[in-house]
Design a protein. Structure first.
Length: 202
């Protein structure tokens, strides 16, 4: 008869059955919670900025023109970011890269973000970041549908954004860490209830 005592002993002392498993699970859950908190904070920060800026106001209006929507999108900034992340299946932290890119072009070109252009800026920044930092990604047709933007316009927005960035997309680790730490230090708030339905900017 086969002796299963060693097998049983091995199972009881495996990483999945002892207290270490709880520690690893807890650590993972904490990182996930912080990641979603950062996404929420970025959405709120961008919404606050947009709320302070009037449409088509500021310098370099010609640079803004490709990103201006005819009407204000019904989806919130936070939900739009979450939608892009969810269906693109990329890593959540890429939203920090998106924020860094947006800060870069706004500082460089003195652009004002508002509720009529922020979604298209986020979309373009998101696509550019994914293509630069991911080995595998979906087609522009997929992202265009996901973002609620016609394919031809999505291609144009990607190029316009790359031009605004001077095609310089690499983010130094120190800069990323600075953004991450600053965002992580902000307080958490209650989640908003918004719809995840299909939409279109046009």
């Amino acid at each position: 008869m086969e002796d299963n005592s060693n097998s049983e002993h091995s199972t009881k002392n495996s990483i999945y059955s002892n207290k270490n498993a709880k520690i690893f699970k807890s650590d993972y859950e904490q990182k996930e919670k912080k990641s979603f908190l950062i996404i929420k904070i970025i959405g709120e920060l961008l919404a606050d900025i947009c709320g302070q800026n009037k449409p088509n106001n500021g310098t370099n209006i010609l640079l803004l023109k490709p990103f201006i929507s005819k009407k204000m999108p019904s989806i919130s900034i936070k939900d739009y970011i979450e939608r892009l992340l969810k269906y693109s299946k990329t890593f959540n932290e890429i939203v920090i890269i998106v924020l860094i890119y947006l800060d870069t072009i706004c500082a460089k070109h003195k652009l004002n973000l508002n509720y009529y252009n922020i979604h298209k800026f986020i979309f373009a920044s998101f696509i550019v970041a994914i293509k630069f930092y991911e080995d595998d990604y979906y087609s522009i047709n997929y992202y265009a549908k996901l973002g609620g933007i016609p394919k031809k316009e999505a291609i144009s927005l990607e190029y316009e954004f790359l031009s605004l960035m001077d095609f310089k997309l690499f983010v130094k680790q120190e800069l990323y860490d600075k953004y991450y730490n600053n965002l992580s230090s902000l307080d958490d708030n209650d989640d908003d209830d918004d719809s995840d339905d299909d939409f279109n900017f046009m």
